[in-house]
Design a protein around this ligand. Structure first.
Ligand SMILES: [Zn+2]
Ligand SMILES: [Zn+2]
Length: 367
């Protein structure tokens, strides 16, 4: 039996159940004992329906742990290996993987069904199937994942820090270092300084941006943004953030602006604070009814705009995780500092509340 936090219905608190049966791994799969899992805004988005995934489902898609059992046909993993789990599997063989776009791997399509690559789940509760978010389900003590969703890491990396690589770090740092085309000396603006936004900020620093303007409505988050590399901060609750960014950039706008919230208003602002010929990168996950407005088309063309969607930091996980850990070792990438609080599984609903209130960068469940 495994203990897990289960999404049971729209806007209902997650249920902590201790009766989950986790089946052995099938061909190409790994059973993993989770050591730590980040609590991400996307978990909340499943609970509130922004990301439509059917309950019951064990949430959590940002975890790290230790391999317990290896399914048939899996090479390169053995019991005892430390792994980071990723919410996009990367098969290395499909059309997208062969074109260096592992973040678009065709195998991830099966996620919508809430199970493994074949659409079925390995978890049951009282004999009834329970889904696993993003083929992971890291809000549980034990899970089964496709081996292509796991990346082996050195055992000396703390698993609490490693867990964050699976979503927030890869998405945020990747947005700045892969999706965007930041040049040395650039000025960037980052709207939203939560777990992912802070990683966009440190990614921009790593990419060589000279000025990094952090935009948020919470002063505590702006203080944190400075620690991660922001050179200027703008509190959007006090004055129009577009006007403030314009005035910090000689009325030009930022070379690159990142939207890391996912609201119609902030998406609009992120485009307005991008300079002519610059790039706007959309990272935050909006509700399905949010529309991207680039009218009038003439202005879009005349100002030579680029608006880019960023999915999973445009990264190839099997290369990206080792690269990020190298940056962690050299001190360029801050991971431990992202963890606002370590919590027990039972406190996951409180962690959701803290996230809604904008109080934390990341809560990490430690098993
Ligand atoms: Zn996430
Ligand atoms: Zn693939």
């Amino acid at each position: 039996m495994s203990r897990a936090a289960v999404h049971v219905g729209l806007d209902q608190p997650l249920e902590i159940r201790d009766d989950l049966e986790v089946a052995p791994p099938q061909r190409g799969e790994l059973k993993v004992r989770i050591a730590a899992s980040g609590v991400c805004h996307s978990d909340l988005s499943v609970q509130n329906g922004t990301i439509p995934l059917a309950p019951p489902m064990v949430l959590g898609h940002e975890g790290a742990g230790v391999v317990e059992e290896v399914g048939e046909g899996v090479v390169g993993f053995a019991p005892g290996d430390h792994v980071v789990l990723t919410f996009v599997p990367e098969c290395g063989e499909c059309y997208f993987c062969r074109r260096d776009q592992g973040f678009m791997c065709e195998k991830s399509a099966a996620q919508a069904a809430g199970g493994m690559l074949d659409g079925t789940t390995r978890m049951t509760s009282g004999g009834r199937p329970v889904g696993q978010m993003a083929m992971c389900g890291t809000f549980g003590e034990v899970t089964v994942v496709p081996a292509i969703s796991a990346v082996k890491i050195d055992p000396d990396v703390p698993l609490e820090a490693a867990a964050l690589l699976g979503c927030a770090v890869q998405t945020g740092v990747g947005a700045a270092t892969h999706t965007a085309n930041i040049r040395g000396g650039d000025t960037v603006a980052v709207l939203g300084c939560g777990g992912v936004g802070l990683n966009v900020i440190q990614g921009a620093r790593i990419a060589g941006a000279e000025r990094i303007i952090a935009v948020d409505m919470v002063d505590a988050k702006l203080d944190l943004a400075r620690r991660f590399g922001a050179t200027d901060v703008v509190n959007a609750a006090r004055a129009n953030p577009v006007a403030q960014v314009q005035s910090l950039t000689e009325e030009r706008g930022a070379d690159v602006a990142f939207e890391v919230i996912g609201l119609a208003a902030t998406i609009e602002q992120s485009m307005q604070m991008t300079r002519r010929g610059g790039e706007t990168v959309l990272v935050g996950v909006p509700r399905l009814d949010v529309v991207l407005n680039v009218n009038p088309a003439f202005a879009f063309i005349y100002t030579a705009r680029t608006v880019k969607g960023c999915w999973y930091g445009s990264a190839n996980v099997h290369r990206e995780v080792p690269r990020l850990l190298e940056l962690y070792r050299t001190g360029e990438l801050m991971l431990d500092e992202l963890i606002s609080r370590e919590i027990a599984l039972d406190q996951v609903n409180e962690a959701f509340a803290a996230m809604k209130a904008g109080e934390v960068a990341r809560s990490v469940i430690v098993f």
